[in-house]
Design a protein around this ligand. Structure first.
Ligand code: ZN
Length: 656
């Protein structure tokens, strides 16, 4: 998923940051991974009635118990019930995060809400014969908060336990009402985007079912399997879905059945509309498997098809080279319709981008969202971490990686503001976007740096601050590690993690041990701080004095650790003869004094002069200078802003 970032004020700081860190470094491209466990398999027939906005589905779910304990029940997510009314846990959390402004929700007519009603559950013998009805014993549970109104987890007791290694098949039928879009899922006009649209099994672990309720701030978790899905839609409508189309059959009632199949995925999403334009291109690479790219684009955005393809190519290439290969032979890119709010979301082998009618070439829109969501094919799709509990693994690694791709492939790019309801863009060509500020979302992190320890389960993060810890903090601590270790070491660790975790459900500990191994050193001291605590880093230049003593100048610098967290930093002093000295401080004490007697007077001093520690929550206190600064910089900025204001007024005059 994509979350917006970066306040302008933080971008201005970008101009002061050097971008001197090396690029490059490629992982040895390994062979395609072994197949996934394929223990949660779905064969589904679903019929969409656009007029009543109803889907009617029947699934045969074949599930194998991978744990060492018997399972006495199944648990299904029925996510759409989160948008049934305002009593669900998702809605309560959403309203809490939105504050008093919930008018957009309360104005919705009943027809724009959702529902998902399971109408039959039968245990199958031999995969096809109905053996026992299970619906009678099925009941909704609320394992996270006990909310009796929540209907997003359905527990289904079984007449006989499923032992370790054993397989059962159940048939599940349901009817669901498609809402006006909630959380990128729903319909506007004739554009349907259908995600989380079927009752989906949770993940059984040795400790029991891991099946959280649907929460406003977190996403999903499910096992890998084979999906064989037959979607019935009006004839002539375009369908995009996880997987590849295997067959297309017209029905006597004027509809068409589209069959899509995909192995080794943990979810399935689809979209249909009569309005999409379909374009295809191919990704090719000398060491990576070719991928067919299929783009479903809105007619008014057709001229931007190349930008979607180019960003998708850049992602498949960079992530493939850095982390490991994309094992599927196709990918579907969906450009959602205006106001459907379905953009910026990932599903296996399919993702949604998003763009505007006017999209300046020097601004990375739609490239940012395309790279991010395509990147989730790796961090989320192939590496299937638990997004309820450790959302930072996919979102954080992916935010970090997105920024890296944008810097390598789409620089320079510039800050943009939009006017007239977002329709008219204005590009600030004197404000270049930088990876460490904008891409890592520094401003967002600093406002909520201490809001939660990252190890807190993601769904429990304080309302409205989860994004800062999940996306921004992780991107910053990974980028800090890159600057501290060098990209090759970090990349070795990340590609090791990717190879070990493909088609699996890795834990944070799996990630830390892979990074330690790749780096060739124990970084527990770092992970303890950035992951297990909410401590913040803040190093500061306390005092700087220089005075003549005899023939020499005596210079004193006092540096401080104002945050709780520890990190080794350099301290640099520049003298008026152009010379400079550097000291390395382990950063452990609360402060440290350095003194020099030299022939030159000190001019300025700085702690962490290379900006290694991107997590430092206040860089304005990192340096001091003894030469009175003219107000040159301020004058330059004032001139630029006046010029901008003048341009803006002229623009308004043009449109009025
Ligand atoms: Zn994301």
């Amino acid at each position: 998923m994509r979350r917006r970032h970066a306040a302008l004020v933080a971008l201005l700081v970008a101009l002061a940051m050097p971008a001197t860190f090396a690029r490059g470094g490629q992982a040895p491209v390994s062979a395609a991974p072994a197949p996934s466990p394929r223990n949660a398999n779905y064969s589904i027939d679903v019929d969409l009635d656009p007029a009543s906005r109803t889907i009617t589905g029947r699934a045969v779910v074949t599930w194998r118990n991978l744990t060492s304990k018997p399972a006495s029940e199944l648990r299904f997510h029925t996510y759409w019930n989160a948008w049934r009314d305002t009593t669900s846990t998702w809605m309560r959390e959403w309203i809490r995060g939105a504050g008093p402004d919930t008018s957009e929700l309360t104005r919705r007519p009943k027809s724009e809400w959702a529902s998902m009603d399971v109408t039959a559950i039968r245990l199958l013998a031999g995969g096809t014969t109905a053996m026992a009805d299970l619906l009678g014993g099925a009941h909704y549970i609320a394992p996270d908060d006990g909310n009796a109104e929540d209907r997003t987890v359905l527990a289904v007791p079984l007449p006989k336990s499923v032992g370790p290694g054993e397989t059962i098949a159940v048939e599940v039928s349901w009817i669901a009402h498609v809402p006006r879009t909630f959380a990128r899922t729903g319909v506007v006009g004739n554009s349907f985007f259908l995600a989380q649209w079927f009752p989906k099994l949770g993940v059984l672990e040795d400790g029991g079912w891991n099946t959280h309720q649907f929460h406003a701030s977190t996403e999903f978790f499910s096992d890998y399997g084979v999906y064989d899905v037959r979607m019935t839609v009006p004839r002539g409508w375009v369908v995009g879905a996880t997987g590849v189309e295997r067959s297309r059959t017209d029905t006597p009632t004027g509809k068409t059945v589209h069959q899509y199949v995909q192995e080794d995925v943990h979810d399935f999403a689809w979209t249909t509309s009569p309005d999409y334009i379909v374009k295809t291109e191919r990704f090719e690479h000398k060491r990576l498997q070719a991928v067919e790219m299929r783009l479903l684009i809105q007619p008014e955005h057709a001229s931007q098809a190349d930008r979607y393809f180019m960003a998708t190519r850049a992602t498949l290439r960079s992530y493939g080279e850095w982390y490991g290969p994309y094992p599927y032979v196709h990918i579907t890119i969906v450009d959602p319709a205006f106001q459907t709010e379905a953009g910026g979301m990932e599903y296996p082998t399919l993702f949604t981008g998003g763009t505007n009618w006017l999209a300046p070439l020097t601004v990375t829109d739609p490239e940012d969202v395309t790279v991010h969501e395509c990147g989730h094919q790796f961090w989320y799709g192939l590496v299937g971490n638990n997004e309820f509990e450790h959302a930072w693994i996919d979102e954080g690694l992916n935010t970090f990686s997105t920024a890296r791709v944008i810097e390598e492939t789409f620089s320079p790019n510039f800050y943009e503001r939009r006017f007239f309801g977002g329709v008219v863009p204005w590009v600030f060509h004197d404000i270049a976007m930088s990876r460490e500020i904008a891409g890592d979302r520094m401003a967002g992190y600093r406002t909520a740096a201490r809001s939660d320890a990252q190890q807190t389960p993601s769904w429990r993060y304080a309302s409205g601050t989860g994004g800062a810890i999940t996306y921004n903090k992780t991107a910053l601590w990974l980028h800090t590690l890159e600057r501290y270790l060098g990209w090759r070491r970090l990349q070795r660790g990340m590609s090791l993690f990717f190879a070990r975790s493909t088609f699996k459900h890795p834990t944070p500990e799996d990630f830390f041990s892979a990074i330690n191994e790749g780096a060739g050193r124990d970084l527990s001291w770092y992970f303890d701080q950035v992951y297990r605590s909410s401590n913040a880093f803040d190093y500061a230049l306390g005092t700087l004095t220089t005075e003549k003593r005899g023939d020499a100048y005596h210079t004193e610098v006092m540096v401080q650790r104002r945050g709780e967290a520890l990190f080794p930093v350099d301290v640099q002093v520049i003298f008026d003869d152009g010379s400079r000295v550097r000291e390395h401080w382990d950063g452990r004490e609360r402060w440290k004094l350095y003194t020099w007697d030299r022939s030159a007077a000190a001019v300025s001093a700085e702690v962490d002069p290379d900006n290694v520690l991107l997590l430092d929550i206040d860089r304005t206190n990192n340096s001091r200078t003894l030469t009175p600064q003219t107000n040159k910089a301020a004058r330059q900025w004032t001139a630029r802003w006046f010029l901008w204001l003048q341009d803006l007024v002229q623009t308004y005059a043009f449109f009025v």
